[in-house]
Design a protein around this ligand. Sequence first.
Ligand SMILES: Nc1ncnc2c1ncn2[C@@H]1O[C@H](COP(=O)(O)OP(=O)(O)OP(=O)(O)O)[C@@H](O)[C@H]1O
Ligand SMILES: [Mg+2]
Length: 265
Amino acid sequence: MTQAQLAQGASPLLAVRDVSVVFGGIVALNGVSFDMHKGQILGLIGPNGAGKTTLFNCLSRLYQPSSGDILMDGVSILSRPPHRIAEIGIGRTFQNVALFPNLSVMDNVRVGAHAKTSSDIISDSLRLAWVRRSETSINRKVQEILAYLGLEDVAHTVVSGLPFGTQKRVELARALAADPKILLLDEPAGGLNHEEVYVLGDLIRKIRSERHMTVLLVEHHMGLVMSIADHVVALNFGKKLAEGTPAQVQADPDVIKAYLGSKDQ
Ligand SMILES: Nc1ncnc2c1ncn2[C@@H]1O[C@H](COP(=O)(O)OP(=O)(O)OP(=O)(O)O)[C@@H](O)[C@H]1O
Ligand SMILES: [Mg+2]
């Protein structure tokens, strides 16, 4: 969707409305609002401590905003617990990889695929036909995702023995396995070398177009954000500082000032 089409008022897939989060005396987010449209790659930037991960944690329901609302397709998600967020199509990766270190790559990805299925303990124990069918479709799904991300060769390797860059890819695989509509990526380029960042950028774009996802990308790597995001929101000290196209945000005097005053750049 072009920026012009967006300006014509298509209703947002995700709407963050005046969200504030207070921890004790610390205001981690202060009245933040923005929209995410279907098919967009939205970059969320800001110096350390700006509130980016806090916002992610609100979207994935690990944190409850002190005020404000978050709407998906016009419906508030704030009454949903974190384990019921995959069902409505929100998937995420973590800033610090959060995999099961002693499980294989395949089993970690399988956990992601299970997050989406609605099987329960009674159906599982009765081994109902539809549960068996869903196991088969989960296996198929896991194989497909592993192939898509080039992880087949390490499918049976225990995650803790893999390089950090590969572990990040496994996290991405786990998030994709739940077929999210919205993919939340918290610093996917952290710890990657120049070549790997470039490959990751292409991969995120490919995921967006081939798997029809909307991506919220938190990143310190400005080169990556500015080359793949359609729209950028900049935070500083919990407040929205600027938003617009990558070029607009990069040229914004407040954004330049915030970054000059931080150690990020
Ligand atoms: N669980 C928590 N309890 C108390 N304070 C918190 C908690 N989580 C975050 N904060 C505080 O909220 C502010 C925003 O933190 P947050 O982790 O969201 O920043 P960030 O933009 O993700 O930073 P970084 O780029 O370093 O990852 C910081 O002052 C942080 O110390
Ligand atoms: Mg963070």
